[in-house]
Design a protein around this ligand. Structure first.
Ligand code: NIG
Ligand code: FE
Length: 412
């Protein structure tokens, strides 16, 4: 049986983002904009995007979703880096940070990643799953139809499994696609009696087989940083992950360099953060197929430098932008607000920002079935109440979607 066709329109401006490359700088003139457009959907995919009137005439039997007013449509947003599965709050950390306390002072008063680990361990699987669903649904209502979600607040074999099982369960109760990533290598847990390498060895020998067996994730992340794991410690851990067939992604160059080199050398899908990347790191990244992911939410949350997005793009690199939504460094969780703020500091074109939160972010997740509005790709769409696409970033997160579609279904 064939699926009933759906036809949405007329849309004042439809930005397909078609024909744009994954790598390099973009100008707004490169954007394909269809005026007075319609989108024809078959099942979960786009069958055609084109002018409204001819589409309506050609497909008289399609179920019509006729719009009244002015709308701009873009592909459903992809947030390729979040930590939205967690327990508790770190409001106390934030108040100390804005009052000028250092990272060390905050950690010594019981804050930091370990505080969230303690609070996350207190929740059972169902409670953790409910938090994840709540955060995912808020993101979905803001147009984010694909959300990467990391573990990393469990930090033992059992607690990491609980997190990843909770993320898997959350998928049953949200319309957004959740892409899970194992971040057991977020830091060595304070209650582990052994070296960094011994902890990593425990994770790869005891956690990897279960991740495969239960199909909990296909992706492994690690925090490569002085306060977490060194390039030397993480390399054998990542090599083992590759041998198991996992894709890699790296928290890299956030405060000190080293992580981006590991990411490129091991062919990671993405290197995320990069606030500390210098000329050498930028050049190596730009020449690679590893997607550079800017996390402006962490720069805003910590009051730190932004990722050198302009330089990465100008050297031909691929730049995605993600929220890093987490309870510590990036509590805001507003992808459009953060991306538009990054753009003002780094001087990005609207085309570069939109690419960074759609198909380039999808590439960072290894997904080539979404992120553009074109035949054969998933019908993931966001419609904003505006007549000009530039309004989306101009309002810096305050222009909320009028309608969100995920895989051919209206979800908001
Ligand atoms: O991506 N950099 C390391 N991890 C997170 C922060 C996690 C936390 O502070 O809870 C990040 O910013
Ligand atoms: Fe992160």
């Amino acid at each position: 049986m064939t699926n009933k066709l759906k036809l949405i329109g007329p849309i004042t401006q439809l930005l397909t983002l078609d024909h744009l490359p994954v790598k390099g700088a973009l100008k707004d003139e490169q954007l394909e904009i269809i005026e007075q457009a319609g989108i024809l959907i078959e099942g979960d995919k786009v069958l055609k995007a084109g002018a409204w009137s001819p589409l309506k005439a050609e497909f008289p039997n399609a179920e019509l979703f006729e719009l009244e007013g002015e709308f701009v449509a873009i592909p459903g947003l992809v947030d390729c880096h979040t930590h939205i599965c967690f327990g508790g709050s770190r409001a106390k950390d934030f108040s100390m940070r804005i009052a000028g306390k250092s990272y060390l002072e905050i950690a010594q008063s019981g804050g930091g990643i370990w505080d969230t680990v303690t609070q996350t361990r207190k929740l059972d699987l169902d409670e953790l799953s409910a938090v994840t669903v709540k955060n995912a649904n808020r993101h979905l209502s803001e147009g984010v139809t694909t959300i990467e979600v990391k573990s990393g607040y469990g930090l033992s074999v059992e607690e990491e499994l609980k997190m990843l099982r909770a993320i898997k369960k959350a998928q049953e109760s949200t319309g957004a696609d959740l892409i899970s990533t194992c971040l057991a290598a977020h830091m060595k847990p304070r209650d582990f009696d052994g070296s960094n390498s011994e902890y990593l060895e425990l994770i790869s020998s005891q956690l990897y087989p279960v991740l495969r067996e239960e199909n909990l994730t296909s992706r492994i992340d690690a925090f490569v940083e002085k306060s977490a794991f060194s390039p030397e410690e993480i390399t054998p851990f990542f090599e083992e992950a590759k041998a198991w067939g996992f894709e890699l992604t790296v928290h890299a160059d956030q405060f000190t360099t080293g992580g981006s080199g590991v990411a490129v050398n091991l062919g990671a899908k993405s290197a995320d953060h990069l606030e500390a990347s210098g000329e050498n790191e930028i050049s190596i990244l730009a020449q690679s197929n590893t997607i550079a992911v800017a996390l402006p939410g962490a720069s805003i949350g910590l009051g730190c430098a932004f990722t050198p997005a302009r330089k990465i793009l100008d050297q031909g690199g691929a730049l995605a932008i993600a929220s890093d939504w987490n309870p510590g460094s990036a509590p805001m969780g507003d992808l459009i607000a953060q991306a538009s703020i990054l753009a003002t500091f780094e001087k990005l074109s609207t085309a570069e920002v939109l690419a960074g939160i759609t198909f380039r972010a999808a590439s960072a997740l290894g997904l080539n079935d979404r992120g553009k509005i074109k035949e054969g790709l998933l019908a993931d769409l966001v419609l904003f109440p505006a007549a000009d696409y530039r309004e989306i970033l101009y309002h810096q997160g305050k222009l909320k979607p009028a309608m969100v579609w995920k895989a051919g279904k209206k979800v908001g």
